[in-house]
Design a protein around this ligand. Structure first.
Ligand SMILES: *[C@@H]1O[C@H](CO)[C@@H](O)[C@H](O)[C@H]1NC(C)=O
Length: 437
């Protein structure tokens, strides 16, 4: 009797130790750092780097991802938004948690000479999306190995066309995120040290829009201005007035940007042109501020041009460049991220960052999914400074791949066990649309 009680106790201890070990987040990082695992991820990243593809043309990229998913035995649906892929790991039942990586490259000629330099002239993975794909595949491998532990379903989202093509929006329009309760996205960055990760609750990336205006006057001889209506002067005043939107109308504590980056008009020293075209971008961290800027940019251009007797038309170019909403991090998921990331890289390496004025199409998920969260994976190399993103000399510290893979995997694994069905999901769960599982 006594003996069996002790045996039971011993068994309990053994089971709980085993359970802790297999479930411990640091084990996920250990797994991702194993030489064979690491080589596999680095290999994927380098193959993608050699063959960069622009938005909605990621055909070889998509094929490579599908082959890897096949070899891991992960089921997926394809195509979404031309080249996108959605994979599923776990029970096939709610709750659903999403992990997202973007796949597209940029129209930049690589300037770095190295063994795996881009083989496609004028195209380059200069924003690290090659590493994002490798890290999400790494997370998928870890999760597939632990699929019996998943208390729900992890949805892997490989999306095309992040760089201005609105790939996230298109995948959402095609129903990818239906029923997903929460979704995590990441970006590699040389702004923070290797080994660290950073994020913040609330707005983390700005909303972004573009505009172009044609200011029309009446051209003529530059020495006889009284017979002309000068659009150069009108455009100049428009630009100065646009700057007052930020300095005089916006709340100084609510960061916003209006930049005129394009000014085209005239081609001779002695001819006043008929018209001038100006264009630029604007950024804000809330939808309200963004819509206010949109309204006022148009008003200021049209009315200020009229002061100099010119007419103006304003185009926000939304057919080619969608307005990107701000990327907003859910506060509950921030607490979740801090806990999960601390377990993996240590609390001292989990940092809080400032919001960034750049825009990210991950923001579209914020509108479509109850809770979204975006974070940065550090790769700053103390021995050499790395060029920043969208630069021909951009390089990656591949040592950061296991961190992203392990954290992405752990965010999903622990989300399912901790939040389960209790996360507010606006009552959207609809089993039927996931019956392909
Ligand atoms: C501005 O538009 C009005 C109304 O169409 C037109 O009468 C006027 O000539 C235009 N002015 C210029 C400078 O194009």
């Amino acid at each position: 009797m006594d003996f069996s009680k002790h045996l039971l106790l011993l068994l309990c201890i053994v089971v709980s130790v085993l359970f802790d070990c297999t479930n411990g987040s640091s084990m996920l990082l250990e797994r991702a750092k194993e030489p064979e695992f690491m080589d596999w991820m680095v290999g994927i990243r380098r193959r993608l780097h050699e063959n960069p593809e622009l938005g909605y043309e990621e055909f070889a990229t998509s094929e490579l991802i599908r082959k890897e998913l096949d070899s891991m035995g992960i089921v997926y649906k394809h195509p979404y938004a031309v080249t996108g892929i959605v994979g599923f790991i776990g029970t096939g039942k709610p709750p659903f948690v999403g992990l997202r990586a973007d796949m597209d490259a940029l129209p930049i000629q690589e300037g770095v000479e190295w063994a795996h330099k881009s083989k496609v002239p004028g195209k380059m993975h200069a924003c690290g999306h090659d590493s994002h794909v490798a890290m999400l595949l790494g997370a998928a491998k870890i999760l597939q190995e632990r699929s019996s532990e998943l208390q729900g379903t992890v949805v892997l989202i490989f999306q095309p066309a992040e760089e201005g093509g609105g790939g996230a929006k298109r995948m959402i329009d095609e129903g990818v995120v239906q029923n997903i309760d929460a979704i995590f996205g990441f970006h590699i960055t040389s702004e923070i040290p290797f080994g660290t990760v950073a994020s913040r609750p609330g707005p983390i990336m700005a909303g972004s829009g573009f505009f172009e205006a044609v200011i029309t006057g009446k051209g003529g001889h530059a020495a006889i201005p009284q017979h002309t209506i000068d659009p150069i002067i009108a455009a100049s005043n428009v630009i100065v007035s646009l700057q007052h939107l930020i300095s005089r109308e916006a709340d100084p504590l609510d960061s916003q940007v209006v930049t005129v980056a394009k000014f085209q008009g005239g081609s001779a020293y002695n001819v006043i042109p008929d018209s001038v075209t100006i264009g630029g971008t604007f950024r804000a961290f809330s939808k309200e501020s963004f819509m206010q800027l949109t309204r006022r940019i148009e008003e200021v251009i049209v009315r200020q041009a009229s002061v100099q007797r010119c007419n103006a038309t304003v185009d926000f170019l939304t057919d080619k460049h969608l307005f990107f909403p701000p990327t907003i991090n859910n506060p509950s998921l921030h607490a979740h991220f801090q806990k999960v990331a601390s377990d993996i890289v240590g609390p001292a390496n989990v940092r809080e960052c400032q919001p960034v004025m750049g825009a990210e199409d991950f923001a579209f998920f914020s509108d479509a999914v109850p809770a979204t969260y975006y974070y940065f994976v550090g790769m700053q190399d103390e021995s050499k400074s790395l060029a920043s993103v969208h630069n021909p000399f951009f390089t990656i510290n591949e040592g950061a791949l296991p961190n992203g893979a392990a954290i992405h995997a752990s965010l999903a694994l622990n989300y399912l066990s901790e939040f389960g069905n209790n996360f507010p999901n606006k009552g959207k769960v609809d089993d039927a649309s996931h019956d392909e599982l």
